[in-house]
Design a protein around this ligand. Structure first.
Ligand SMILES: NC(=O)c1ccc[n+]([C@@H]2O[C@H](COP(=O)([O-])OP(=O)(O)OC[C@H]3O[C@@H](n4cnc5c(N)ncnc54)[C@H](OP(=O)(O)O)[C@@H]3O)[C@@H](O)[C@H]2O)c1
Length: 292
């Protein structure tokens, strides 16, 4: 019984899945499989049919996507749609990962899965269109929308803050954007819980669709930075002064949602799954970062 994961050790989520050391997981990433290389799609079923496919790969450079529309669409929309079509042809269920950036961030309350998408960026639009294309091509798909992903490995906000704090006495961090910090290790665990259920019980049509899958509790980037830096202090890192700034003081090419909190009740209702609180998981990630 195998589960093919699209993604390689350059990816945060793929690495979290690799760290589980589950012998059923087989990883397929660049250069063998590349969403921009149609011929490489043959590699997905080259060694036989997996029981399930998990796609962790994406164009995640949110700002660069504004200038690379074609590439972002290829990796986040057209490639995953072609993969979903292939899964449908082989009758293989698909778990795919999407983002809170499909929303504008102006609801003023946590988004539920039924809220209409309203992406404000090339990245968000490519992911939103990817979701729709996947569900149209392979109804046996589960799409997990996550957000603010960090881990003890790879490039992420928590690591960036710890590195920046080691070099600078003062850090300025945006405090008027809120969301749900999510550990990629926790997301990997949730993916495997869902995979196990699908493999054990068989596919159920009621499972098809979109789920919000983020850490429990919300925070601003400022809150997350201060929490991570205080934890890093325990490991001998200097605590810099952290100044709260507003979004206007930190302009980026791609507009960030002001409030992209996601309601995760559906994940709990359907799969009885809940993520740990973000503080608990941030503590673990900081420990990993500081122990290297
Ligand atoms: N990071 C976040 O804060 C965040 C927030 C919301 C949603 N998400 C979603 O969560 C999922 C996992 O994100 P992550 O944090 O693990 O991302 P990541 O660390 O940036 O990794 C992206 C992965 O995608 C692969 N990839 C990129 N272009 C590819 C292509 N053309 N063909 C095949 N593989 C390609 C990369 O391969 P290489 O190793 O070869 O570069 C890498 O393994 C993605 O769907 C992302 O959209 C992430």
């Amino acid at each position: 019984m195998t589960i093919t994961v699209i993604g390689s050790k350059g990816g945060q989520l793929a690495t979290s899945l690799m760290n589980l050391k589950d012998h059923r997981l087989k990883f397929l990433g660049r250069p063998v499989f590349d969403f921009t290389d149609e011929a490489s799609f043959q590699s997905v079923f080259a060694d036989g049919k997996p029981e399930l496919l998990v796609n962790t790969a994406a164009w995640t450079a949110v700002d660069a996507a504004e200038e690379h529309v074609k590439e972002a669409n290829q990796v986040n929309r057209d490639g995953p749609a072609a993969l979903a079509k292939l899964c449908a042809e082989h009758d293989v269920p698909l778990i795919h990962v999407s983002t809170d950036y499909v929303f504008a961030g102006d609801k003023g309350a946590p988004y539920v899965e039924e809220d209409p998408v309203s992406p404000q960026t090339v990245y968000g639009r490519s992911k939103a269109e990817g979701e729709a294309a996947i569900l149209a091509a392979q109804p046996k798909s589960i799409i997990l929308r996550t957000a603010w992903v960090y881990s003890g490995h790879g490039k992420n906000f928590v690591r960036t803050m710890i590195n920046a704090g080691a070099k600078n006495p003062v850090l300025r961090v945006v405090s008027d954007q809120i969301g749900n910090p999510t550990s990629s290790d926790d997301l990997a665990w949730v993916i495997m819980q869902i995979a196990d259920k699908v493999l054990k019980d068989g596919w159920q049509d009621s499972h098809s669709g979109i789920y919000h899958a983020v850490g429990t509790g919300d925070a601003s980037w400022y809150d997350l930075a201060v929490y991570a830096l205080k934890e890093a202090e325990v490991f001998g890192h200097k605590m810099p002064e952290v100044q709260a700034i507003d979004t206007a003081s930190w302009p980026t090419p791609a507009k960030r949602p002001q409030d992209s909190r996601l309601n995760t009740d559906k994940l709990h209702r359907v799969f009885q799954l809940r993520f740990p609180r973000w503080e608990e998981s941030t503590k673990k990630a900081v420990k990993e970062i500081c122990s290297v």
